[in-house]
Design a binder for this molecule. Structure first.
Ligand code: BES
Ligand code: MN
Ligand code: ZN
Length: 498
């Protein structure tokens, strides 16, 4: 794990293996943002010519590597495109991406300094987050070399190094990045090594380390409590389900947030079995639970004045002689009956129980995070999460937090007809778990969840089936595999609450 510090050092004089700078697109050419003057001087004032000679265009995320001004002696220079943004209008997300792309381009460099524009503390936070997240890789199961090539020392060069807000921004970046990295590790861990009981134990250990209260309901407690959704999904697996509750209660909280996460440690589809290729990435079906746990711990570590109660519903969805059958009826926590017509629509079943339970705590806002539907990926692609809600103001709060945190999210509706279809599709129970029609699958799933939220409680559902797991290769600060999506949004939501 890297350490990160702020420094007023000059970009040309700092002792480091690599320096990351920004390149801005202007007109037909490129320009250097403020803070690179001394470096430019070290290249005889020709740094722009050097970079454009090597093909730099300033396109966001583009990397151009240059030997240091005194080859062999001074740090290598890594110039990363910042797009067309003029200095004043820099988006923090462009800085996060640049820092992430820069640190990956620095390959095995052990120390890396960032001489990117830092007009304010938010920019410092974004750079620090990109730096701490960009060279993450999951090497736990590589036999060749168990160690990572992550850098030891990171330095953000800034005139604000002694500024109070800048120091707070750095701390927030460190704590948030820790949580994101933990979530990525959990998501990437093979499902044989992270079954519901393992996951619950690890979450409880992490919670204890940071002083939050953790309660774990095992299969016996779930049966006693009447959690029919979680039990029904988990009953086909040799690894029994869990529901965990984490609570962080600061003195004089300004609001009470509840987070609910989908924690399917492996989704085979159950008896409605997925295709071979369809289940390959389904170890990531617990990414929502991982994100809400990680975010809760980060909020507690930061001491934010917000009460947080978090539920993670964990189960393994497997086919077997004891698995739930299509046409079985489950009695959910709270008494609603659900006919399971497709055992692969399991996320809504575990979340239904957890949402009813979360409402009993009377929070001001519930946010659930779930890799819920392939349909959401069809609608919004692999980078953008869908945001559904029972009030527009609640949804806007969460979407605004996502934009501020640099996580892509877009509102989607919950048409009233969807709940009608879920109700009428079962001839025997209150609801079916599918509509029986192929249209609007993400909307139908959201409508199902909404039926488990008590009247008068604001609720936002985030379908993160696309952005939670990167099946492609690393880009910006996003690695292949688990991304840690939603942690930054939830931390921002808590930080901006009041
Ligand atoms: N975990 C999947 C959704 C998913 C698909 C996440 C692809 C990430 C990538 C979920 O449990 C599921 O199987 N949903 C079904 C619902 C359908 C049976 C109504 C789906 O999306 O096909
Ligand atoms: Mn499924
Ligand atoms: Zn699933």
């Amino acid at each position: 794990m890297s350490t990160i510090t702020l420094s007023k050092s000059d970009a040309a004089g700092v002792r480091t293996d690599a320096v990351v700078i920004g390149v801005v697109k202007v007109g037909g050419g490129v320009a250097l943002p403020a803070g690179t003057e001394s470096l430019n001087a070290a290249y005889g004032g020709n740094l722009v010519e050097v970079l454009s000679g090597l093909g730099a265009t300033g396109k966001a995320g583009e990397v151009t590597k240059v030997p240091g001004p005194k080859p062999g002696k001074s740090a290598n220079l890594i110039a990363v495109g910042l797009g067309e943004a003029p200095d004043g209008a820099l988006k923090t997300e462009d800085l996060r991406t640049a820092a992430g792309a820069g640190i990956r381009a620095a390959k095995t460099s052990q120390s890396v300094a960032f001489a990117l524009p830092t007009p304010d503390a938010d920019c410092i936070r974004a750079i620090a987050e990109g730096a701490l997240l960009g060279r993450y890789s999951f090497t736990a199961y590589k036999s060749s070399d168990g160690s990572t090539d992550e850098p030891g020392n990171l330095t953000v060069l800034t005139d604000l190094a002694r500024n109070k807000e800048a120091k707070a921004a750095l701390e927030r970046a460190e704590v948030t990045a820790d949580a994101v990295r933990q979530v990525r590790d959990w998501v990437n861990t093979p499902p044989s090594d992270l079954n519901p009981a393992d996951f619950a134990t690890q979450a409880a250990d992490l919670g204890k380390e940071y002083g939050v209260k953790v309660e774990v309901l095992d299969e016996k407690a779930l049966a006693k409590g009447g959690y029919g959704g979680i039990l029904g999904v988990g009953q086909g697996s040799a690894n029994p389900p869990r529901l965990i509750r984490i609570s962080y209660t600061p003195k004089k909280p300004v609001t009470h947030l509840a987070f609910v996460g989908k924690g399917i440690t492996f989704d085979s589809g159950g008896l409605s079995l997925k295709t071979a290729s369809g289940m390959v990435s389904m170890k990531a079906d617990m990414a929502g639970a991982a994100a809400v746990i990680g975010a809760t711990v980060a909020i507690a570590r930061l001491g934010l004045p917000v009460q947080v109660t978090t539920y993670a519903a964990m189960a393994e969805n497997m086919p077997s002689g004891s698995a739930a059958r299509p046409s079985d009826v489950l009695t959910m926590y709270g008494g609603t009956t659900v006919e399971v017509l497709n055992t692969d629509a399991e996320g809504r079943l575990v979340l239904g129980d957890a949402l009813v339970r979360a409402c009993e705590d009377q929070p001001d806002l519930i946010v659930d995070v779930a890799t819920l539907t392939g349909a959401c990926v069809v609608a919004l692609g692999t980078k953008v999460a869908g945001a559904f809600a029972n009030t527009d103001t609640a949804r806007d709060r969460v979407v605004d937090a996502a934009i501020a945190a640099g996580e892509a999210m877009w509102p989607l509706p919950i048409p009233a007809e969807m709940l009608d279809k879920l109700k009428s599709h079962s001839k025997v129970a209150d609801l079916a778990n599918i509509t029986g029609e192929p249209w609007g699958g993400a909307l139908a799933a959201a409508a199902f969840l909404g039926d488990f939220v008590a009247d008068g409680i604001d609720w936002v559902h985030l379908d993160v089936a696309g952005p939670a797991f990167n099946e492609g290769s690393a880009n910006g600060y996003t690695p292949a595999g688990g991304t840690g999506y939603a942690v930054r949004t939830l931390v921002e939501l808590a930080a901006s609450a009041g």
